[in-house]
Write a protein that binds this ligand. Structure first.
Ligand code: SF4
Length: 293
């Protein structure tokens, strides 16, 4: 059976941080389409971020139907989503830790609704807008791509595509490439124009204590470049999947030990104990296998 490829920002980020963790999380053949994977092995912090996102999407959906949320309802929904996300967690989350996570969530969430676009939606400035579920993939040439925007807003003659990242990273050097993936989604969606110039792309992400926004104007060449890069990424992931199915011990380990500290596989992975040592052992294993041939 031909194995389909997947692409999502989460997968790509993990692939860059630690190929082995990516393989264990997404790459093993029996873990296909694992974007819908169990939440139990995810760190409580990430589940808190997910609770913020879930709450935002629920609030936007209600706003779309003309329903306003009170502050009390927001707090209730954040708590309820956090409880739901963490109910089967393999990590112990004490009441104190849960309260601390909720404080972070409330603070971040309040700032989120002070961003310009959400204030404008609340003020009913834009009559035409829709939310989309980024967890729903699009099938492009047999590959599943998780590239939908979270929000699409019509402003004059353009569609503005928004992606919200509950946690951004300075190291994310592919912001424009990844933003262009939203234009690919919109073009193949069919409900919008098919020209890249009909769109404006926005990413809004939490970085260093603030919600920061980047805006990009897609063009035919930036969209083609993005398509090429997505293909290269999926090819690299497929290569790693094949290599891992052949011999897991040779899959590269994390680039930095910080990744291991929050990794769900650290107990069963040599890198989780001592990354430097594990990398040395892996090099020796590679050499000995080469000598055997
Ligand atoms: S423990 Fe470290 S090296 Fe091992 S899978 Fe996790 S991140 Fe990668």
């Amino acid at each position: 059976m031909k194995t389909k490829s997947e692409w999502s920002r989460t997968q790509k980020s993990l692939f860059l941080q630690c190929p082995r963790a990516w393989y264990l999380q997404y790459g093993e053949t029996n873990k296909q389409f694992s974007n819908r994977r169990n939440l139990s092995s995810q760190r409580p912090w990430n589940l808190m971020l997910r609770a913020i996102k879930d709450t935002m999407m629920d609030q936007l959906d209600d706003l779309h139907q003309g329903k306003e949320w009170s502050r009390m309802l927001i707090q209730h929904q954040l708590r309820s989503n956090l409880n739901e996300n963490t109910k089967n967690s393999i990590y112990e989350i004490s009441p104190r830790k849960r309260d601390a996570l909720l404080k972070f969530a409330n603070n971040r969430y309040a700032g989120l609704w002070r961003t310009r676009i959400l204030r404008e939606l609340k003020a009913r400035k834009h009559p035409q807008w829709h939310t989309f579920d980024r967890r729903e993939p699009v099938n492009i040439e047999g590959n599943l791509l998780f590239i939908a925007p979270d929000l699409v807003v019509r402003v004059q003659n353009k569609w503005h595509l928004f992606r919200f990242d509950m946690q951004s990273s300075r190291e994310n050097i592919c912001k424009e490439e990844e933003a262009n993936a939203m234009a690919i989604w919109a073009i193949q969606h069919g409900g919008f124009h098919s020209s890249p110039s009909a769109f404006k792309l926005h990413t809004i992400g939490w970085l260093q204590g603030y919600w920061q926004q980047n805006t990009f104007e897609p063009s035919t060449s930036s969209v083609s470049q993005c398509q090429r890069l997505l293909t290269i990424d999926m090819k690299a992931m497929k290569g790693l999947r094949d290599a891992g199915n052949h011999n897991l011990a040779l899959i590269p380990l994390a680039r930095h030990h910080r990744t291991c500290q929050t990794c769900a596989f650290r107990k069963s992975c040599p890198g989780g104990n001592d990354l430097v040592d594990a990398k040395k052992e892996q090099t020796l294993l590679e050499l000995s296998l080469r000598n055997d041939y």
